[in-house]
Design a protein around this ligand. Sequence first.
Ligand SMILES: Cc1cc2nc3c(=O)[nH]c(=O)nc-3n(C[C@H](O)[C@H](O)[C@H](O)COP(=O)(O)OP(=O)(O)OC[C@H]3O[C@@H](n4cnc5c(N)ncnc54)[C@H](O)[C@@H]3O)c2cc1C
Length: 402
Amino acid sequence: MSGPTSRPRILIAGGGAGGLTAALALIERGYPVTIYEQASELRELGAGVQIGPNGARVLIELGLGAALDEVVCEAAGKEARIWNTGETFPLFDLGADCIARFGAPYWTAHRRDLQRVLAEAVERRRPGTIRLGARAVGVTQHQAGVRLRLADGEEVEGDALIGADGVHSAIREALFGRGPAEFTGLMAWRGLVPMDSLPPHLRRPVGTNWMGPGSHVVTYPVRRGELLNFVGVVERDDWRVESWTERGTREECAADFAGWHPDVHTIIRAVETPFKWALLGRPPMTQWAEGRVCLLGDACHPTLPFLAQGANMAIEDGLVIARCLDAEPGDPAAAFRRFERARMERTARVVRGSADNTKRFHNALLADPTAAADYIRREMAPEKLRTRYDWAYEYDARAASV
Ligand SMILES: Cc1cc2nc3c(=O)[nH]c(=O)nc-3n(C[C@H](O)[C@H](O)[C@H](O)COP(=O)(O)OP(=O)(O)OC[C@H]3O[C@@H](n4cnc5c(N)ncnc54)[C@H](O)[C@@H]3O)c2cc1C
């Protein structure tokens, strides 16, 4: 830090939802920030992301409401369907009711659109912030700062480092030496479908959660409704690669959903490129920060995606870590301890809630159509959904105590 009133220089490893949101929130507060992103171009691939009102509230606070409105969808509602009969159960309203209850919209987005809007805002407000093709491989600290080591041998100095480098975090490894994330036994098929290739009844602006014994399928519209996002989760232990770009075939995907309703197969046949993604987990960490270095997002609390809250947590983290740095001027280590205290319990609750939903969405009772209908009416009853989701949507990262 150059003087008592100047803001510390913050280095961020990773330009995903968490790193970009943190950068934007810090730039707004006057911090000099640089993001070191390993990819040579920012190009999240072929998949969607649901942004609940808790995440949307942060993005709107950061001035991205209008830019996101141009590219997201506001699905009217969410419904459950039984895997083989297709029987449908309305779950909740994601439109006007969401805004009335939580004061912010429920968006569904193409990941690339979200990343582009975030990155453009960062570069507009502080040109040159994002350095691409810069892979972080290690960090050391000294009394007055941190030194981040990049794969090409370059070393950069800063006052503090945020490790926002995802589930395989090199910064976590450098701090805590933990082993690799564990495979959960679940694999996700992911892909996008041009909406105009689907019959009219599958083009409705709703999110659908197909539930079956041992598997489930989630679909929702993205990019103003031009594309349908498809995620099919199966219990498989023969696929361990976690990547956005590992391709499978439509035939292999269809085989994983043999016996499922024709609507599911209509969607699978229309998926442009089916990607395979092993779902990884990690026992909850009890420490995210060490001195002037702190993790956020999937680097410290990776979660199964079954509450659709992982990216939302990373987005909330981004704003809260900036607020914590502001609350401890000139003392990043104290700010990071504050961040851990503010965020650990909430993110652990998301991890637990997501794991609980695996059992719920894949329950053995779903095998029999009558038992399945009773089960869905019981498990997905409005009051149970409110208990499971409202606490996540109500949280306000702008005002939560830090
Ligand atoms: C199937 C599936 C569906 C999901 N659906 C949802 C959803 O609907 N809603 C939701 O909220 N969440 C969802 N998630 C979770 C969400 O994708 C993650 O929680 C979120 O992406 C985490 O953001 P992050 O910024 O922490 O990490 P990431 O998005 O993983 O970003 C990390 C960034 O760091 C870069 N990086 C990695 N290593 C290095 C390094 N050594 N040096 C420099 N850069 C590095 C990466 O290239 C990447 O750009 C889903 C996840 C899956 C698998």
